[in-house]
Design a protein around this ligand. Structure first.
Ligand code: S3P
Length: 450
């Protein structure tokens, strides 16, 4: 295991400094997955969809722009409050220019499903990070349904020119990876199919698309398939009715203040309204196994999801072995879990992380490099990440390279709040994709950034 501690941060870096405990209450921003889907299903239903608590991050706003380009009228009428006047299934307009999704893989892949199932052609593109992400995983099933890829970047990457089909074939499709994005692209294309679309996934991935489709009036069924998988069936051409959507707080964003409070000694924080969907709370389960002092308070229902307030206190964590089967329920949380593991006593092994290599950055490599810059040993063995915990004493003092990845950026800023010499990141700009108020929110609880 190699360790190097770099020192002087470049001029554009943001630095997190260690300081007093984090105290107070915080409501994390709206869930990113649900926010994307709210715009998209709003587009596909005829009439007015009302959204409350939408995440106003760049990723979601790009999806909103794409929905506008396909014919929706979208207006903001208050903080997080948006109205979508949808045009309805089968009635989408062909966009005039390129659909620019910025940094957002979710927006891109879900909208590829929408376009793939309609008789329109659209070009998909985004930033340098998005242009590196694999799209064949979505284009392959869409092609089976009748869509055609007219142009593509190397290896099936963006920019991609996709010609949809006005009559997608109903297919039964098995994905090799448990990915809600692949599942959602196939289901969204299947919406405009004259028959039944069936998607089989090897492990259950987040189920927001299925739940929201049912909320809009589609007939969709989900049943267990094999030891860990699921089979989702959707009847095509439903009469989608516009709906009201209340977006709960994003557990993937809550993860950052949550872990920050665990590793900064003496912290006592309440995180409000966090979505407790069982397919999204693998991190919570793992942190509890590590000995985290987290009390789950006031469980209640909000907008069709279970939510709760979490009281989090500074904790002595211990290393654990995280099974591969848990990965889909915490796929975006490994960077911040690795930070928690750095402060734990003993080793943490996180298994089965191959999907981390194709996120906004190669997160396996970015985590290992960032930890090394903080003076923490780690190793990648196959698809496993092993972090040698330092029992509360992380040297810090380095600069983490963020590679246009918001979660790498936030993770290493959290590390800096508890590391002996703080920690810098090279670029905080991407944080605006998912948690625009991250620094301000944490600063209001006592965090120090400069
Ligand atoms: C998402 C699914 C996940 C996750 C992403 C959001 C979604 O990707 O990493 O941030 O909203 O469907 P995969 O399901 O492809 O792993």
């Amino acid at each position: 295991m190699a360790v190097s501690v770099s020192v002087s941060p470049p001029a554009a870096a943001v630095r997190a400094a260690p300081g007093g405990p984090l105290k107070g209450r915080l409501r994390p921003p709206g869930d990113k997955s649900i926010s994307h889907r709210a715009f998209i299903l709003g587009l596909l239903a005829v009439g007015r969809t009302e959204i409350e608590g939408l995440l106003e991050g760049e990723d979601v706003l790009h999806t909103g722009e794409a929905c506008r380009a396909l014919g929706a009228r979208i207006e903001r009428h208050g903080a997080g409050a948006w109205r979508v006047e949808g045009v309805g299934l089968g009635a989408l307009l062909e966009p005039r220019g390129t659909l620019d999704f910025g940094n957002a893989g979710t927006g891109t892949r879900l909208m590829m499903g929408v376009v793939g199932g309609h008789g329109i052609t659209a070009e998909f593109d985004g930033d340098a990070s998005l242009r590196k992400r694999p799209m064949r995983r979505v284009l392959d099933p869409l092609t089976l349904m009748g869509a055609e890829v007219l142009a593509q970047g190397e290896g099936g990457r963006c920019p991609i020119l996709l010609q949809g089909t006005p009559e997608p074939l109903p297919i039964e499709y098995r994905t090799a990876v448990a990915s809600a994005q692949i599942k959602s692209a196939v289901l969204l294309a299947g919406l405009n199919s004259p028959g039944r679309t069936v998607l089989i996934e090897p492990q259950a991935s987040r189920d927001h698309t299925e739940k929201m489709l049912a909320h809009f009036g589609a007939v969709v069924a989900s049943e267990p398939f094999g030891p860990e998988g699921r089979k989702i069936s959707l009847e095509g051409r439903p009469d989608l009715r516009p709906a009201r959507i209340v977006v709960p707080a994003d557990p993937s964003s809550a993860a950052f203040p949550l872990v920050a409070a665990l590793i900064v000694p003496g912290s006592d924080l309440v995180i409000e309204g966090m979505m407790m969907n069982p397919l999204r709370i693998g991190l919570l389960q793992t942190l509890l196994e590590m000995g985290a002092r987290i009390d789950v308070l006031d469980r209640r229902a909000e907008g069709g999801e279970s939510v709760a307030d979490l009281r989090v206190r500074g904790s002595d964590l211990r290393g654990v072995d995280v099974p591969a089967a848990r990965a889909p329920s915490m796929i975006d949380e490994y960077p911040i879990l690795a930070v928690a593991a750095a402060f734990a006593s003993g080793e943490t092994r996180m298994r089965g992380l191959s999907e981390l290599r194709v996120k906004e950055s190669d997160r396996l490599a970015a985590i290992a490099a960032g930890l090394a810059a903080a003076g923490v040993e780690s190793a990648i063995e196959g698809d496993d990440l092993i972090v040698a915990g330092r029992g509360g004493h992380v040297p810090g003092g380095g600069v983490a390279a963020t590679h246009l990845d918001h979660r790498i950026a936030m993770s290493f800023l959290c590390l800096g709040l508890a590391a002996e010499r703080g920690m810098a990141i090279d670029d905080a700009a991407m944080i605006a994709t998912s948690f625009p108020a991250f620094q301000a929110s944490l600063a209001s609880l006592g965090a120090r950034f400069s």
